[in-house]
Design a protein around this ligand. Structure first.
Ligand code: AMP
Ligand code: MG
Length: 397
């Protein structure tokens, strides 16, 4: 048996780094910036008004209330801006360029809102309600650094400094394949001995949630020639093949039978669930083979694929948040294996640790209990039992 950490490292190494491409901002949400990007303009790009009101010279309103002639009108977007002469006011809107000669803005609420003459009721300090050129971002400086995960604020800033595209790590294309002669696609009726196929949607949605692309082949029967014929031609278009099922110790293990000796190695990982794993390259394309039980599939995704895909896409934080929590009931774990159990974690107000209880038994077919879980409880290899009240590691999902 090999360790969970060793297998995770192998899978991560297999994927390497996704290539860098330039994508329009609208396609870059959730992806990782691959290079620093510089601001093409300062923000704000010019001194402008922070308020709807009147641009003035502070000294002209020092004796307020005063009345000044309104010599010009400056809506946002106006580009031909004249000079403010002493003893006059320009009506100005939020975001409009400050006229040269003005050093303050009086908000409209402190005036009578006049159009030809304006009565100004309050004094203004120099600089009042003026947004200065470059006070947010200075042209030519780094606006966003390499490694940033692009969220709404980052994309907004990229747009604001004039970028149409950003260099990002390309979303990896993953081919997800479910194997098993017993598998049926809904809404076809089930015959006794058949089950509905459920792994591919779990894997595809988990993969897509990381910003990768997933293509799915559902229900390849347990026949080596059919498996090869269905999958081999599709490898050229993808960065990774992920299979489920057909890798255990029984007979009819289609994935194992088809890929042994083709560059894929099958091994037992010291974990529960999800022991039988495989990885390698088939026709040069990275392959990760997962066992078939649905809970094993999701746990394997968490343990191996999620960190590997995130790392390949340029993320530096690839681990789930880990917290300590006190068990609400006792648990056992097979000696020598790392056990991942579905659990429900509750943070205890005002305390360092929360509490956690398992959801469902260790059986890797018990998928329903996963829907009630918000974490995985991790019992390490050297632990075979934990009592109620013991502190354990919890990975928050
Ligand atoms: P295997 O690893 O192929 O021996 O499958 C282990 C168990 O998982 C069997 O009970 C399978 O019927 C079940 N299983 C395998 N693949 C799927 C799938 N795609 N959807 C639902 N159950 C599956
Ligand atoms: Mg099978």
């Amino acid at each position: 048996m090999i360790s969970v950490d060793a297998h995770r490292e192998t899978v991560t190494g297999l994927l390497g780094n996704a290539p860098v491409i330039r994508l329009p901002l609208a396609s870059a949400a959730g992806l990782v910036l691959a290079e620093d990007v510089l601001a093409g303009v300062s923000l704000p790009p010019f001194d402008n008004s922070a308020m709807d009101g009147y641009a003035v010279r502070a000294e002209d309103v020092a004796e307020a209330p005063v009345t000044l002639p309104v010599a010009d009108d400056i809506p946002a977007g106006r580009v031909d801006i004249g000079r403010l002469e002493p003893g006059t006011a320009h009506r100005i809107m939020t975001g409009a360029p400050l006229p040269p000669g003005a050093d303050a803005v009086v908000m409209v609420e402190h005036t009578d809102a006049g159009v030809t003459d304006v009565r100004i009721f309050r004094t203004a300090v120099p600089g009042a309600h003026i947004r200065r050129l470059g006070e947010d971002v200075v042209e030519g400086t780094v606006a966003l650094s390499a490694g940033t995960v692009l969220g709404p604020a980052h994309l907004g800033l990229a747009a604001a400094v004039g970028l149409a595209e950003v260099p990002v790590r390309r979303p990896l294309k993953v081919l997800v394949v479910s194997t098993g002669t017993e598998l049926v696609d809904a809404p076809n009726p089930l015959r006794h001995g058949q089950i509905y196929e459920s792994n591919s949607i779990m894997l595809a949605s988990a993969i897509r949630a990381l910003g990768c692309e997933a293509e799915v082949v559902r229900s390849v029967v347990d026949d080596v020639d059919e498996f090869r014929a269905a999958i081999e031609p599709r490898l050229a278009d993808v960065d990774l093949l992920v299979t489920s099922g057909g890798v255990s110790a029984g007979a009819y293990e289609v994935v194992k039978d088809a890929l042994t000796g083709q560059g894929v190695e099958f091994r037992k990982v010291a974990m529960q669930p999800g022991g039988p794993q495989g990885c390698g390259r088939w026709n040069g394309v990275p392959v990760v083979t997962l066992p078939g039980n649905p809970v094993s599939v999701l746990v394997s995704f968490e343990a191996f694929l999620r960190p590997a895909l995130l790392a390949a896409m340029g993320h530096s934080g690839v681990d789930r948040q880990k917290v300590r929590a006190r068990l609400t009931e006792s648990m056992t774990s097979p000696a020598g294996r790392r056990q991942f159990r579905r659990g429900f974690y509750t943070h205890s107000e005002g305390e360092v640790t929360g509490v956690v209880g398992p959801r469902g038994g260790p059986g890797s077919h018990l998928l329903a209990s996963f829907t009630q879980a918000n974490c995985l409880i991790v019992l390490p290899e050297d632990v075979d039992s934990a009592a109620k009240g013991d502190e354990v590691d919890v990975l928050l999902l």
